[in-house]
Write a protein that binds this ligand. Structure first.
Ligand code: GLP
Length: 240
């Protein structure tokens, strides 16, 4: 694991955007794994600027998002589908056919998850996966539990996550109780992983991740087995 400690959010976002752009410049048809949440918003803003300045071209890129609430309509402004269009996809030239997000409107969640997992595999896996981290150490929507799932699956959300994410909804009661998410193995099969964390509220989860101990009670610690993980965080997430 490589740890990069940044002075602030902007520096973290810039470093992450440069890694994504380099990945695409090295492999124009790269397969990207993308994350939502407030943490990667700055990175997406910089990537849009880089695209406008012709420093990166998304025309051959394929994307797979980590997760989506379930059930949720794509037109709901809190859906991750809506988030990705708002912050990235509607500003760059990635073809719509190359964009993949678990379908929060699917009638059969199990079938949707199985097809999603197979589609990632059919592309030869993810070249670069961007991750945020939950305050409780979740990655994607793999929540702390006695056991974790390997593949893309439907999962319930913990009270901690519902409460943390309720800031985006009218009330905690409006946060969907379930989600579709890549599993731990789906994520670990990515060739390169970049995890972003910012602010004191992530300190506990980051400390557990970098302690090197692995526990399903802090899913991010599973990343310790990955060969090519870069954690980019600000001082507050690192030092507390
Ligand atoms: C959500 C997402 C995660 C994300 C996490 C942190 O629950 N499912 O993929 O990493 O929250 O979000 P934020 O960056 O807003 O703190």
């Amino acid at each position: 694991m490589r740890i990069v400690i940044c002075d602030n959010y902007d520096e973290m976002s810039k470093k992450a955007a440069l890694i994504v752009a380099s990945q695409i410049n090295m492999k124009p048809n790269a397969v990207l794994g993308l994350a939502t949440g407030s943490t990667p918003e700055g990175m997406y803003r910089i990537l849009v600027d880089m695209y406008n300045n012709k420093e990166v071209d998304f025309s051959e890129v394929t994307t797979f998002n980590l997760d989506e609430y379930y059930p949720i309509s794509k037109s709901n402004s809190q859906s991750y589908d809506f988030f990705m269009k708002k912050h990235l996809f509607s500003h760059i030239n990635v073809p719509e056919a190359n964009i993949n997000i678990p379908n929060g409107e699917a009638c059969d969640a199990e079938k949707e998850c199985e097809e999603y997992e197979n589609k990632i595999a059919s592309f030869g896996g993810i070249d670069l996966q961007i991750l945020g981290i939950g305050q409780n150490g979740h990655i994607g929507f793999n929540e702390p539990d006695e056991f974790l799932y390997s593949n893309t699956h439907k999962t319930g959300l913990t009270e901690s996550t519902i409460s943390a994410n309720s800031r985006f909804f009218a009330s905690a009661g409006d946060v969907p109780k379930n989600a579709l998410t890549m599993g731990i193995a789906t994520i670990l099969k990515s060739k390169k992983i970049v995890l972003l964390a910012c602010g004191k509220s992530k300190h506990d989860a980051i400390s557990k991740l970098i302690s090197g101990k692995i526990t399903t009670l802090c899913p991010a610690t599973m990343l310790n087995v990955h060969r090519d993980l870069v954690v980019i965080c600000d001082k507050e997430a690192y030092h507390g």
